[in-house]
Write a protein that binds this ligand. Sequence first.
Ligand SMILES: CC(C)(COP(=O)(O)OP(=O)(O)OC[C@H]1O[C@@H](n2cnc3c(N)ncnc32)[C@H](O)[C@@H]1OP(=O)(O)O)[C@@H](O)C(=O)NCCC(=O)NCCS
Length: 301
Amino acid sequence: MGRCGVEVVEIGACPAATTAEARLAPGEVAVHRIALGVGGADLASLEAVLSRDERERAGRFCFGRHRDRFVIARSALRRILSVYGAGAPAEIRLRYGPKGKPRLASDCGTAFNVSHSKEVAVVAVARGTEVGVDVERMRAMPSGRAIARRFFSAAEAATLERLPAAEFGEAFWRCWTRKEAYVKARGDGLSLPLDSFDVSLEARGRSLLLATRPDAGEAHRWQLLDVRIGPGYAAALAVGGRVGRLRCVGFPGPPRGDLLHEVGARAAIHRDAAETPHEPPKRPPEELTLAEPRGLHGQDE
Ligand SMILES: CC(C)(COP(=O)(O)OP(=O)(O)OC[C@H]1O[C@@H](n2cnc3c(N)ncnc32)[C@H](O)[C@@H]1OP(=O)(O)O)[C@@H](O)C(=O)NCCC(=O)NCCS
C-alpha cells in the first residue's frame, strides 16, 4: 500500500461490459480518462445519445473543435454512467446543483464529476459519496505568483513564493488542481473562497487537504489525492470519506499520442500513492482574470 494508503489500478480500456463488472466496491473510486481529440470519431452517433439541451449547448459553441470536444465528452460521460448502472446512455437525466454541479437525476447512489483541459477529459465516479475532479494541462504561468498571492491561501502563496523558478510551475498546477477538485467535490464552485482552505504543494503526501476554515473538521471529511493523467498534465481528485482503491480507466479505447502513452493499454497495479500531479480553465470567471499580459486565461484554448 502506498503512502496514501490507496491502491491504484490502471486499466487501458473500459473494463465493464456489464454493470455488474463495473460496480464499485465501498471506498473505491473510478477515474475515466477520455481522449477528446479522436480524429474520425463518428460525432453524429455520439451526439445521438445527448439530451436535447446538450445538443442545443453543443450548437452554441463558436468553434467546431470545442463543439466536437463537448460532444465527445458528454457522450462518453453518458456511456460511463450507464456502465455504472445509471440506465441507457440516451435515457440518463442530469440535474444541476445551485452552483451548476451536474448530478444524476435518479437517486441511484452514483456520484460523478467531470473536468476537461485541451484534448483530455476526466470523469470520476464514486458511490454514496461526493466526488470532484480537476485536470489542467500544465503550462508556463508568467502571472502565477500574482495569482497565488491574490487567490490562494496565505500559506500556499508563501510556499510558492519560496520555490525556485524551476519548481514553481508544477507546484502551481498541483496547487490549482487540488484546490479546484475540492471546490468541485463540494459543488460550491468558486463561491467557496479559495483562501478558506490549504492544500499541500508537495509532490506527494498522505493528506493533501491540510486545513479548512472556519470548520477545521472539513479537512478530515475529505480525501484529496493526485491522479496520474499523463505527461504535461496535473489532475486531482477529492472524495468524501476515504478512498481505498482508485480505478484508472482509459476510455474509450487504446492510447493516443503522448497523453495516453503513460497509462497505456496495460493493466498495472501501483502500490504507490495516487499521485501525480493539466491549461487553466477554459472559461474562467471574471473575478479571476488578472489584468496582466498573457494572464491566466489568455493563452490558447
Ligand atoms: C466548476 C468550476 C469550478 C470548474 O471549471 P473549469 O475548471 O473551468 O472546468 P472543468 O473542466 O474542470 O469543469 C467543468 C465541469 O465541471 C462540472 N461543474 C460545473 N459546475 C460545477 C460545480 N459547481 N461543482 C462541481 N462541478 C461542476 C461540469 O460537469 C463542467 O463540465 P460540463 O458542463 O462540460 O459537463 C467553475 O466554477 C469555474 O468556473 N472555475 C474557474 C476555474 C478557476 O478559476 N479555478 C481556480 C482554481 S484554483
